[in-house]
Design a protein around this ligand. Structure first.
Ligand SMILES: [Zn+2]
Ligand SMILES: [Zn+2]
Length: 401
């Protein structure tokens, strides 16, 4: 395994934006599409999961298809991956083909171009490869699949006997766990992605995105009297801004502000217990946690007389899922600044911004999580967009639109 690396421009002067493209669990509804969310980091977009019709959701959102450069898959259940091949074809000019004997520029793909990156558990590479082969899909740019291998998985090989298509880069890594987590799944000078297994009915992964520490906020007034008195050129301010200490001509030493922690996002897949990710998830600015099932007596007409919270929780867990209270408790456990719930059962409506009855239901779900978390909790809607700024004091600055 070699560590991925690269350089990118700092993003601390911009918000990190999360757009929920799909917030349904197994069955989509008229108001919720299958799982996918987009994280905008500067000018790049990374997707987390890619359920059926994600490409359509991207078209309806502010996310630009051409900016998507990476997709992280949490697990290979269809509601999280069925949209990957259409998205790949859409991003990499994969539609149709030419009759035999006709020249198709995609036959001469430039493998020196940076590949479209896909990360996921064992089977992701085989799934993409077989889908491309049997749908006769050619791509105009290379892609690569990096697999996060569990200790019980084969540690080498591609997990398929199919040949690599010409568009698949041979640089796909098999990434192994170290001390129960996958560190440096991706890393450059500004962003790093780590991951950990989370408990679900099949192998499932939770991801963390961490921004490198950023320069502290500078208060020029604090330094100006000394700078003026010693007739020091004003451009010394940029060294102070970078956190340096500077000695002036009269011996006075000015200390630049201490760097601030960068932002951290924790994005979980389906789970009834994400505790293995705790070591790398502490103090997240945002936790995205599923809440598939809730007990809402008096609010949901489908609640039966004998239903109890304990019964709902047990059923949810048996299916590999969580209740809002479980999500709230986990957010508190990792000291998250904010929590957004997603992956709702089809019975929970996604039009709570326009339908008062839907709002009552979704507010109630948010409140159940808030009782455990101790802070307000947002229930995601399809195409909801959230900006993650730096923590001001106690909680992260979060603007929801
Ligand atoms: Zn799911
Ligand atoms: Zn699942």
């Amino acid at each position: 395994m070699t560590e991925a690396s690269g350089t990118r421009l700092p993003i601390h002067s911009s918000t990190i934006n999360v757009t929920f493209l799909g917030t349904a669990s197994a069955m989509p509804s008229s108001t919720r599409n299958h799982s996918a969310l987009a994280v905008r980091l500067g000018s790049d977009v990374w997707l987390f999961d890619c359920g059926e019709a994600t490409q359509h959701q991207v078209q309806k959102s502010n996310v630009k298809m051409g900016k998507i450069e990476k997709v992280f898959i949490t697990h290979t259940h269809g509601d999280h991956i069925f949209g990957l091949i259409p998205l790949l074809a859409g991003c990499l000019n994969g539609a149709g083909g030419n009759a035999d004997g006709m020249e198709d520029p995609r036959r001469n793909i430039n493998m020196d171009e940076p590949p479209f990156e896909i990360y996921g558990p064992l089977g992701t590479r085989a799934y993409v490869r077989s889908a491309l082969k049997y749908t006769h899909t050619m791509l105009s740019r290379p892609y690569v699949v990096h697999e996060l291998r569990f200790p019980s998985d084969p540690q080498t090989g591609d997990y398929t006997n199919l040949w690599r298509p010409r568009s698949e880069s041979p640089a796909g890594r098999n990434i192994f766990q170290v001390d129960g987590v996958w560190l440096d799944v991706y890393k450059d000078n500004v962003l790093s992605v780590a991951a950990a297994p989370i408990y679900h009915s099949v192998p499932c992964i939770g991801y963390t995105i961490t921004e490198a520490s950023v320069p502290g906020k500078i208060d020029p007034q604090k330094y100006l009297p000394d700078i003026k008195r010693t007739k020091t050129p004003l451009n010394v301010m940029s060294r102070l801004q970078a956190g340096e200490s500077v000695q002036l001509s009269d011996g006075t030493v000015l200390h630049g502000p201490k760097p601030r922690n960068g932002r951290k996002l924790v994005i979980l897949g389906d789970t009834y217990n994400p505790s293995p990710i705790i070591p790398i998830a502490q103090d997240a600015d945002l936790l995205v946690h599923e809440a598939t099932n809730a007990h809402l007596p008096g609010i949901m007409p489908s609640t039966k007389d004998g239903d109890t919270y304990e019964g709902v929780q047990q059923t949810a867990m048996e299916r590999g899922h969580s209740t809002p209270q479980m999500a709230g408790a986990f957010a508190k456990r990792i000291g998250a600044a904010s929590l957004i719930l997603n992956h709702f059962s089809a019975r929970y409506p996604g039009d709570d911004d326009i339908d008062p009855e839907s709002k009552v239901i979704m507010d109630a779900i948010g409140n159940l999580a808030a009782t455990e978390f101790g802070k307000p909790v947002v229930c995601a809607r399809d195409l909801m967009s959230v900006d993650i700024g730096f923590r001001l004091t106690e909680s992260s600055q979060m603007d929801t639109t």
